[in-house]
Design a protein around this ligand. Structure first.
Ligand code: NAD
Length: 361
């Protein structure tokens, strides 16, 4: 298969972790007979330094011309970096928001799973963890409260602020479809999370999700109120397969879910549009505190590449191979500094990439 990948290495640890993900992708291509071409694209601080803006039109065009985008992370130290003395629309993060919008990325997927080998990093008690958990949060990314009309006014000397939460049925339908499609590839259960006891937007959400569910008879659907879901995530995370939810609920629940896994350096993510195109990146940021030291954990980026193989290229076997290689390296006791435990073998960023790539070959 021909795979055209736009690569945004970005800032901080970005170039270090992306290099390792490419190493693993190259091992996959060699073993399974695929041909990958990479196009380097500047975004964030790296683009500001060269072009004065966090994202150029050419960068957007290069991403649009690719089948998928692999990204490290962007941004610097928000207190000390000169990038944060620029107006808000010229800062590194503005580039990412613009890119997501330009590419129509409305579905954000964040898996949260617990590796038995890293159980000690999980803040939950053993009896709660049980046999572990493996869930996927599917968050709507371009609608809802963060994109609704807002204003602050003064009425009779009192300040008043408005934010508007709006969803139309088409926005709900397209994300619900993606949620059910993903569930079909997993354990076939969708938990749709809303606040239908209070919000009209949630009642519409629930109605449309139920309509969509009829097209996926093999997938079980349950509804859960968002406050209950926040509790259930720390009480019994093993009950979840796919959690399908709107923008703000997903923002909060996905951070909660990543926290219970214990390590940000292990968590991939994907943002998808209504084609096979997607942007794949680690859930963490650019970690300026450890940049350039070859100690960052590249596994989140490597697992993001596995998601790319699965969702953009339909290469399930290859994605399984990457995930199995990560599992094997952890079982063999290799750890980067952030997930180090007493009896483990500490390795650098590049050694971790080598070890995973070797286990694919
Ligand atoms: P961060 O995720 O970069 O770092 C938080 C902590 O986690 C740090 O101690 C860091 O060393 C550690 N960490 C993160 N990734 C790691 C990895 N792969 N291996 C080992 N340790 C890792 O969050 P922050 O410090 O709040 O943000 C730093 C910069 O990243 C900011 O400019 C922020 O805006 C940006 N950011 C970018 C994205 C993105 O590109 N999508 C997302 C979040 C934050």
């Amino acid at each position: 298969m021909e795979c055209k990948i736009a690569v945004i290495s970005g800032d901080g640890i970005g170039p270090e972790i992306v290099r390792e993900a490419k190493k693993v992708m190259d091992a996959v291509a060699a073993k399974y007979g695929h041909h990958i071409t990479y196009t380097d694209v500047l975004m964030g601080g790296a683009s500001i330094d060269v072009h004065g803006v966090p994202l150029t039109d050419q960068a957007i065009a290069d991403c649009q011309a690719a089948d998928a985008v692999l990204m490290g992370s962007i941004g610097g130290n928000t207190s000390t970096s000169p990038w944060y003395r620029l107006p808000a629309d010229k800062r590194p993060e503005a580039g990412l928001l613009k890119l997501r919008k330009s590419l129509g990325l409305f579905a954000n997927l964040r898996p949260a799973s617990l590796y038995q080998e890293l159980k000690s990093a999980c803040p939950l008690r053993d009896e709660i963890i049980g046999d572990g958990f493996d869930l996927m949060i599917m968050r709507e990314l371009t609608g809802g409260l963060y994109f609704g009309e807002r204003k602050t006014v003064e009425e009779n000397g009192v300040q008043k602020a408005y934010d508007t939460l709006t969803y139309d049925e088409n926005e709900i339908r397209r994300i619900a479809k993606r949620g059910f499609e993903i569930a079909e590839k997993r354990r076939k259960k969708v938990t749709s999370v809303d606040k239908a006891n209070v919000l009209d937007s949630s009642r519409l959400w629930r109605k449309v999700v139920e309509e969509v569910a009829k097209d996926y008879p093999e997938v079980a659907l349950e509804h859960m109120l968002v406050d209950n879901c926040a509790m259930q995530l720390v009480k019994d995370p093993g009950q979840f397969d796919v959690i399908l939810t709107e923008n703000m609920f997903g923002d909060i629940l996905s951070d909660e879910a990543s926290m219970i896994t214990g390590s940000i350096g292990m968590l991939p993510s994907a943002s998808l549009n209504d084609t096979k195109f997607g942007l794949y990146e680690p859930s963490g940021g650019s970690a300026p505190d450890i940049a350039g030291q070859n100690i960052a954990n590249p596994i989140a980026t490597i697992l993001s590449a596995a998601m790319m193989l699965r969702f953009s290229f339909d290469l399930d076997q290859e994605a399984d191979a990457v995930e199995a290689a990560v599992q094997q390296v952890l079982t063999e006791g290799y750890r980067t500094r952030d997930i180090l435990s007493e009896d483990a073998k500490q390795v650098t960023t590049s050694q971790m990439g080598d070890l995973i790539a070797e286990r694919i070959k």
